[in-house]
Design a protein around this ligand. Structure first.
Ligand code: ADP
Ligand code: MG
Length: 318
């Protein structure tokens, strides 16, 4: 393994922006932005838990940035910077680092963000990545989980279940539906829709643990419930084809994680404007139900029969 300073110089310095002071100082220095609040979030990804040890490091890096940018986007923020904590076994190769830093570079370009610092250590354990993202939102306008109101409509961006189906297929060595595998390996955050939602959404969260679980976080924080309609949940063409063959996985549409879409609520008057936003951004946004005064989320089929959603998505420490 190249030493820590070689790693920083060769692989990470090219990704830094002026605020990161070429990764040559003890800390980065961000100028204040008048009229904006900073939105900050961290995600830790551990090999063996969040990704496979032998996953392509390029895709791993892309995913690691996407999942972090997704958190900021769900708050209506635009990500500008990130910091990278990297713990690696000592037998990590130059090729791994090269591919990993290429993935970071590509994701940086996609999201218009830059590296401003981090930490690099050896570990006897699995590869562990900790990424902290820093974004900006107009002052006082961050979209919280806690402001959904009874009567609001519930919306979700994109399609649900692709990534979770992709993961099932990967575990079964089935490579028939490449778009589903891609959605698992290379999720792309809704970094343009998120900031546009500050004018519309009363609450929002990104769908990392599954629709029911993440909308559940909104409902808990807002002290409300929701009624969702299964027949309108957005499902991609490939997921539809996959579910025709593997009907047993249908619950992944609402309980599967890793899609990194945004679930949000908005008052009914905003509906036309949200449809327009969807057209303008060329991004599917679907109204899937409404917020209720009950304290739970109910999913009903087209005959209004309640569907059992007791499997609540991915949770650590269960
Ligand atoms: P310290 O000894 O003060 O912890 P380091 O020697 O670890 O500092 O880091 C030197 C510089 O390199 C700092 O600016 C730090 O932010 C940066 N750096 C270290 N590791 C990484 C990394 N994985 N990604 C980005 N920057 C890093
Ligand atoms: Mg120092």
């Amino acid at each position: 393994m190249p030493d820590e300073f070689d790693i920083i110089e060769n692989f990470f310095r090219p990704l830094a922006c002026p605020e990161g002071l070429d990764l040559m100082d003890d800390a980065a220095c961000l100028p204040a932005r008048a009229g904006f609040d900073q939105v900050i979030s961290t995600d830790v990804l551990v090999a063996g838990t969040h990704f496979f040890e032998h996953d392509d490091p390029y895709l791993l890096a892309f995913k690691a940035l996407s999942v972090n940018v997704s958190d900021i986007a769900a708050k209506g923020g635009r990500t500008a910077y990130y910091m990278l904590g990297l713990s690696m076994p000592s037998d990590i190769s130059k090729e791994w680092l090269l591919s990993f830093s290429k993935g970071l570079g590509n994701a940086q370009k996609h999201y218009s963000i830059s590296l401003i610092g981090g930490d690099t250590t050896k570990t006897a354990g699995p590869i562990t990545l900790s990424i902290t993202v820093i974004g900006y939102v107009p002052s006082g306008q961050m979209i919280k989980r806690s402001n959904a109101k009874v009567g609001d409509s519930v919306y979700v961006t994109g399609c649900l279940g692709d990534a979770a189906l992709g993961l099932k297929l990967i575990l079964e060595n089935n490579y028939d539906f490449s778009s589903l595998l891609e959605r698992y390996y290379k999720p792309v955050a809704q970094h343009k829709v998120g900031p546009a939602l500050i004018d519309y959404a009363s609450s929002s969260a990104d769908v990392s643990d599954g629709l029911i679980a993440d909308l559940g976080h909104i409902c808990k924080a807002s002290n409300v419930g929701a009624l969702l309609h299964e027949n309108v949940l957005p499902i991609s063409a490939d997921a539809t084809a996959c579910l025709k063959r593997y009907g047993k996985y249908t619950n992944l549409v609402w309980s599967g994680g890793d899609d990194y879409e945004i679930v949000f609520t908005a008052t009914r008057e905003k509906h036309d404007k949200i449809e327009k936003l969807s057209t303008n951004l060329n991004t599917k946004i679907t109204c899937i139900g409404e917020i209720t005064s009950s304290k739970s989320i109910q999913l009903v089929d087209k005959f209004n029969k309640v569907i059992d959603t007791s499997y609540q998505g991915f949770q650590h420490f269960n």
